[in-house]
Ligand binder design. Structure first.
Ligand code: ZN
Length: 302
């Protein structure tokens, strides 16, 4: 998987990397790499204008099946610190670090958050984003001690916004009676959100923590049955995944097709999921609307 292109990438990196002075405060230490779109947004909020953030994944792309490019290895080689989401989601970073020379300082945010089993989608609980911000602040300050005060101030003000969002989402979901808090998604990506706000995950079209798995006909038939039995009002596709299967299942089960959720990726500028805060708020609005059968609406403060 991409091994040959990595050999090429390593050569390019070696050529470019030899020109970098170690510990140069205007260079290496003021560049951070982030793997996913969510991690990129969190890091940008703490880095401010002090550190440049290079994000590997583009908006609207699936992290589970990403294949890194030589330019990603160059970014890793140039960075003072690399922030990864962790787990299966961006397991491809290991190869990237190897091809970048292997000495990047990597901070795995999954290690600083509260996890549920081996589910890598930790950011779907805003309290985990607060924990991740703590690790990001420390990682940036370690690479660039001169910026410590700036990162601390940026982190404090962003954490306030995360906490406000969390309270606001709680109030929105509380509008749904417990019998309506039943969720079916594309893949099993919203477990943290569901745990945080008291929603039961009935199932997923791809019954896996990864989008790379394939559902069997039997899985899908069983899910249709569950949706009918439990009177789930809506099922939700995911942005960046074709909603064909969701549409077919919703039709067969007699449920609505809800608005697409921001699961594993943020969206481009101008979209409702352009930022982490926006993505959680947008998902909440979609869930309240869909799960209440259109009878309620709520827009959290993001
Ligand atoms: Zn996922």
């Amino acid at each position: 998987m991409g091994t040959r292109s990595f050999a090429g990438a390593a050569l390019i990196v070696a050529a470019v990397g030899s020109g970098c002075g170690e510990g140069d405060p205007s260079g290496t230490n003021r560049i951070a790499v982030a793997t996913t779109t969510q991690v990129g947004d969190l890091v940008r909020n703490i880095a401010g204008t002090r550190t440049e953030v290079r994000q590997v994944l583009a908006p609207n792309s699936d992290p589970h099946d990403y294949e890194p490019r030589p330019s990603d290895a160059r970014a890793v080689a140039a960075a003072g610190v690399v922030f990864r989401s962790g787990g299966d989601l961006d397991g491809w970073l290991d190869d990237l670090v190897d091809s970048a020379g292997g000495d990047a300082h990597v901070v795995t945010l999954l290690d600083s958050v509260r996890t549920r089993g081996d589910d890598p989608h930790w950011w779907q609980d805003p309290r985990n984003a607060v924990r991740a911000v703590g690790a990001i602040r420390k990682g940036l300050a370690k690479a660039d001690p001169g910026g410590t005060g700036i990162y601390a101030r940026n982190a404090a003000s962003y954490v306030k916004r995360l906490r406000r969002l969390d309270r606001s989402v709680s109030r929105c979901i509380a509008q749904l009676p417990p019998s309506q808090r039943r969720l079916v998604t594309t893949h099993d990506a919203l477990g943290y959100y569901a745990d945080r706000y008291g929603i039961e995950v009935i199932g997923a079209l791809i019954p896996s923590l990864s989008t790379e798995a394939q559902p069997s006909a039997g899985d899908t038939a069983k899910l249709v049955e569950q949706i009918r039995e439990q009177e789930v009002k809506a099922i939700f596709p995911e942005r960046s995944v074709n909603p064909k299967l969701e549409r077919a299942v919703s039709r067969e089960a007699g449920a609505r097709l809800g608005e697409a959720l921001w699961a594993d990726t943020l969206g481009p500028e101008g979209s409702s999921g352009a930022t982490y805060l926006g993505s959680i708020a947008s998902n909440t609005t979609a869930l309240v609307e869909g799960l209440s059968g259109g009878s309620r609406s709520c827009r959290p403060r993001a």
